[in-house]
Design a protein. Structure first.
Length: 238
């Protein structure tokens, strides 16, 4: 397409608002050694590498509609790690400890730099998360000293609707008085995050930290440091 053809379509959109997923995107929600320890207490001998691989694989395999219930997700992870069936009582006991345990949830090394760059560009930032509730998300952000970056937090636990349902994206847009074509979304799941946001009209990318960065359905990045570059490209039609 020629430059003249692009120009006839009018000005490029300015991205005013950038939304992020939380776990797996801004903070590392994995607690592999803690999960191994709890599984051991329940009689499951799970090598850390096997549990880590199973968690990543099941997360990818269940990235679809309808969403797999939380209990079913963890049953699949435990069974793949153990390479045998795991009874419902053991799965339930593991989940109860999972919910009560204080997880480290460290920031990824590229998180703060990305947020600082976007804030310096005058963009509004928000969170759209499948999580227990808005207060819980805010607590995590405060603990990691990044709460001040965000003008809006939208959590499935508070809203009663979860990604990939388009309604949760619409509520986030309404919260900050943004329109889809001027908004951008970043998440670590191809369907639940990137494709679901795009279906509502937001610009979006899939943050696949262990990928190649070459995927285009949805567009794939491997670091949050690429987000400002993507937004620049959208705004300048490159």
């Amino acid at each position: 397409m020629s430059k003249l053809t692009r120009d006839r379509r009018g000005p490029r959109p300015r991205i005013t608002t950038v939304f992020f997923d939380l776990g797996g995107t801004l903070v590392d929600e994995r607690d592999i050694l803690g999960w191994v320890e709890e599984a051991s207490r329940l009689g499951l001998d799970l090598p850390a590498d096997d549990l880590a691989h199973a968690y990543s694989e099941i997360l990818s395999e269940t990235d679809c509609t309808p969403r797999v219930p939380f209990e079913e997700f963890w049953r699949l992870v435990l069974e793949r790690s153990a390479q045998r069936a795991v009874d419902p009582a053991t799965t339930e006991a593991f989940i109860q400890t999972y919910l009560q345990r204080e997880r480290p949830l460290p920031l990824f090394s590229d998180t703060r730099r990305c947020l600082e760059d976007l804030q310096a560009q005058g963009r509004r930032l928000g969170i759209i998360s499948n999580s227990r509730g808005e207060d819980h998300v805010r607590e995590i952000l405060i603990r990691r000293d990044i709460a001040g970056f965000f003008q809006a937090i939208v959590s499935s636990g508070s809203e009663g609707v979860a990604k990939p349902d388009p309604e949760i994206f619409r509520r986030a847009l309404s919260r900050v008085h943004a329109v889809p074509e001027e908004s951008f979304y970043v998440g670590d799941l191809a369907f639940t995050d990137a494709k679901a946001a795009a279906a509502v009209g937001l610009h979006s990318v899939w943050l696949n930290r262990w990928g190649t960065g070459f995927g285009d359905d949805p567009p794939e990045i491997t670091s949050l440091l690429e987000v400002p570059l993507w937004i620049h490209s959208i705004e300048h039609g490159r």
